[in-house]
Every structure is written in C-alpha cells, then in structure tokens.
Design a protein around this ligand. Sequence first.
Ligand code: CA
Length: 221
Amino acid sequence: MRFLIVEDERELAATLQLGFRQHGYEVDVAYDGEAGFAAAMGTPYEALVLDRGLPKVDGIDLTRQLRRLGKTMGIVMLTARDGVDDRVAGLEAGADDYLVKPFEFKELLARVRAVTRRHLAADNVITLHDLEVDLDAGIVRQAGHIVALSRKEYVLLVYMLRFPGHLLSYERLRSHAWEAGNAPSIEGVRAHVKNMRRKLEADSGVRFIRTVHGLGYRIEP
Ligand code: CA
C-alpha cells in the first residue's frame, strides 16, 4: 500500500513518514498543495494524509480538485482547529475523515487504515437502475449504451450518485463542481443538471433524478 503525506511542517511530515514506514507502508511526502496535487495525480495512492493549512493550494481546495477529477483514494485531513465549520468544510470538500492536531500517531494510523478499507471495498463502478459509471475509465453507460456527458455533467453525476437519498442543494453542487471564483449562478447549475438529465433520460424510462422544488435534487436510490 502506498500513501502520500502532504504537510508543510517538515518535522511532522518526517515523523509520520517514519511511522508509516515502520508499519510496512510505502509513503511519499509533499510539502505544499501544488506538489501534493502533482504527486496525487501521477501516482495511484491508496490514501492521502493532508494538512488543511498548506502553502500554494490549501488542503480543502486540493481535496476538492482531486475529487472533481474523479480521484477516489481515502483522504484523512489534519486540522489545527477543532471547529464544527472546519470539520464540515473538510468533509464537504470530499475528505473521508479528519484528525485535530496534536494527535497520537496510532490514531492517525487507525483512521488511514479505515478509509483505505472503505476505499478498497468500494467498487470503481457505480450502478443505479440501468445506469453504470466506470470511474476508472470515466465512462457512463445506460442500458449498455455510452452516454456522452460533458466534463461538468460527469462531475455532477458522479457526485450525485455518491449520495442517493440525500438532498443535494444547488449550493452543494456548485461548491463541489466549480472553483469559488468561477461558479455559475444557481440557474447555471440547473442548466447543467437539466442537460445531463435530458441525455440520461432520453433513452430510458427511468427518472432517477428528482427535483426538490426550490432547493435542489435528490437521487432515487
Ligand atoms: Ca500547515
């Protein structure tokens, strides 16, 4: 198993790396968000340990970018503050778990192992009704036929399929699929979902994306 630690406190990074190595794991280290992004895109890591406060690209943005690009590895975020908003921000960005500094190494190890188990157990194909999304290949099939979605539609669909039964508000979809400065209006989000729906529902009698009036959507499990 191979992990990546992204942590700008070099002493802490070295301690964690040593600890993981002692438990038989291969571990790489990056010291800022940009280097972490490059490493995570170039190597198939099973898990990332990510500091929230990082130079260049912070841990929240890095998590969001990786999830947006379909990366499914387990992510444990390290935060210096134990505020509810901090935890929610990390989890909403796509982290699987978080740990507040300072922490015991054995607790981090346990959490990394837990998210890795979840990750390994998770199939890289999501299926719902007659829909199948191959996350490794980035291909959506419906009743066996490939559906040509735009990149944004794909990102939105994969995210929505991860939360069947949940209310997916326009805000939540917007913050998942777009950079903060680049996000469209709610109308823009709706337009993307509408196009995606049109493509998915054109050949199928199955309507699995429900509109929750004025709020967003819900995927029928
Ligand atoms: Ca830091």
